[in-house]
Design a protein around this ligand. Structure first.
Ligand SMILES: [Zn+2]
Length: 431
């Protein structure tokens, strides 16, 4: 969270201004704050209100610190840290402290929620706090993977400094104001997470399936039942194999993994596959870095192959899906017989020709009778890994001039005059 500078902090010395602004913003979000000693997990007794003549943070649990009090903390000590009192004082917000990244129950990472990073261990696994809003009392609990910090627990928040000297930070993209505090999982109330977890997880998964907006489904798919595409769309093993081909570590639907879309650079699991009520499988990108939350599996694959986020048209999506399935060894496309290129053919021509042959082979999986295929400059650039549509046009011109390709009209007849040719068939090269 980069808190907007708060004018009321203007009178503070410079180092304290942004820290006080951030604390004021957290108080507005409902966190009941307590001043903490710098680089310490102990309350700042000199700055606490008095109860029966002794400094205590208990009064701050009964009534939240006022803005004036918060400003006074940072005026007294610009390095003052802050903690929040979990549970009722913070509007029901409780924290799940994840200590052992490897063993985290998936139910804790299926839903994006406000999260803070802890210092990472040498194993590189994520550690930190996930905040949830509970509807009832939650007591402190120990689990194999960490702790639930419930009613009355103090949790140190950014911009405090950790005793190790590093500042506490919000997880990138998951700070307050970037995502909402998610509702607490059901099992959190009775403290028997271990025993109840599988049920809670299944319930959560079912609920999430219902949440997929129906527009997203119709935009992404118009399934032709019985076709290879229909099978691919609905087959969990195919979807999982394709995501693993993209580099994801995922073994089952509903399991969160690091989103492989180029440029997203996720540091913690941010994507999961879900099967819709009609059987189609979609990727849920929690962070929606490109503004898109629900993606088709082939769009993710095409993004990884081309090196940039792709939103495919339905026609493009069909062939990218088949290509993904072929590379994941789910389907076996036929070999297309074609004249070999001469040894002196430029690399871009070779890439373009191979890309077109690959397209013909994949299309043969659902229509063995066709001999021509649309191959627009823009599509071919990504599909063949050439990048520049200008180079694509030159490669096509090379192949057309030598007869390796012929331009055709949609009805299959040869097209010699059109300037916007995008449909090609294999030709008979002149020797
Ligand atoms: Zn992503």
């Amino acid at each position: 969270m980069s808190a907007a500078f708060d004018l009321r902090a203007a009178s503070l010395p410079l180092p304290a201004r942004s820290r006080a602004s951030e604390a004021l913003a957290l108080a507005r979000l409902g966190f009941a704050l307590v001043p903490m000693m710098p680089r310490s997990k102990k309350p700042y007794y000199d700055l606490l209100p008095k109860e029966n003549g002794r400094p205590s943070w208990q009064p701050l649990a009964l009534r939240p610190a006022s803005d004036a009090e918060i400003l006074a903390w940072f005026a007294a000590d610009p390095e003052c840290g802050i903690a929040a009192i979990m549970g009722k004082p913070s509007g029901g917000i409780v924290a799940v402290d994840v200590d052992h990244g490897a063993e985290v129950p998936p139910s804790l990472i299926l839903t994006p929620t406000v999260s803070g990073d802890s210092s990472e261990g040498s194993d590189g696994r994520w550690r930190g706090h996930l905040f949830y809003r509970a509807a009832g009392a939650v007591r402190k609990q120990r689990h194999p993977w960490g702790e639930v910090l419930g009613e009355g627990c103090l949790v140190v928040l950014p911009p405090s400094i950790h005793p190790n000297g590093h500042p506490y930070t919000w997880t990138e993209g998951l700070g307050p104001g970037e995502v909402d505090v998610a509702p607490a999982p059901d099992w959190i109330y009775d403290g028997r997470a271990g025993a109840r977890l599988p049920d809670a997880l299944n319930a959560r998964d079912r609920e999430r399936v219902q949440q997929v907006p129906s527009e997203a489904r119709t935009i992404l798919f118009s399934p032709h039942r019985g076709s290879p595409l229909d099978f691919l769309m609905r087959d969990p093993e195919a979807a999982l194999a394709i995501m693993r081909k993209c580099g994801a570590r995922v073994a089952r639907l509903g399991q969160a993994f690091c989103c492989p879309i180029p440029g997203h650079d996720e540091r913690r699991p941010s994507m999961a596959l879900y099967q819709q009520p009609d059987g189609a499988i979609l990727c849920h990108d929690f962070h929606a870095r490109d503004g898109v939350e629900w993606l088709a599996v082939p769009d993710v694959f095409a993004s990884v192959v081309t090196g940039k986020p792709q939103r495919l048209t339905p026609g493009e999506r069909a062939v990218w899906h088949l290509r993904a399935a072929a590379e994941a060894k789910i389907v076996q496309p036929p070999t297309v017989a074609a004249a070999p290129l001469p040894a002196d053919a430029p690399d871009s021509v070779r890439a373009y020709y191979q890309g077109f042959l690959r397209l013909l082979a994949l299309r043969a999986l659902y229509d063995g009778t066709q001999t021509a295929a649309p191959f627009s400059w823009r599509f071919a650039a990504g599909w063949c890994g050439i990048g520049s549509p200008n180079t694509v046009q030159k490669a096509a011109a090379w192949l057309l001039a030598r007869g390796y390709l012929v331009a055709v009209r949609p009805d299959g007849t040869e097209d010699r005059g059109s300037r916007s040719v995008t449909m090609f068939a294999l030709g008979r090269p002149r020797d």
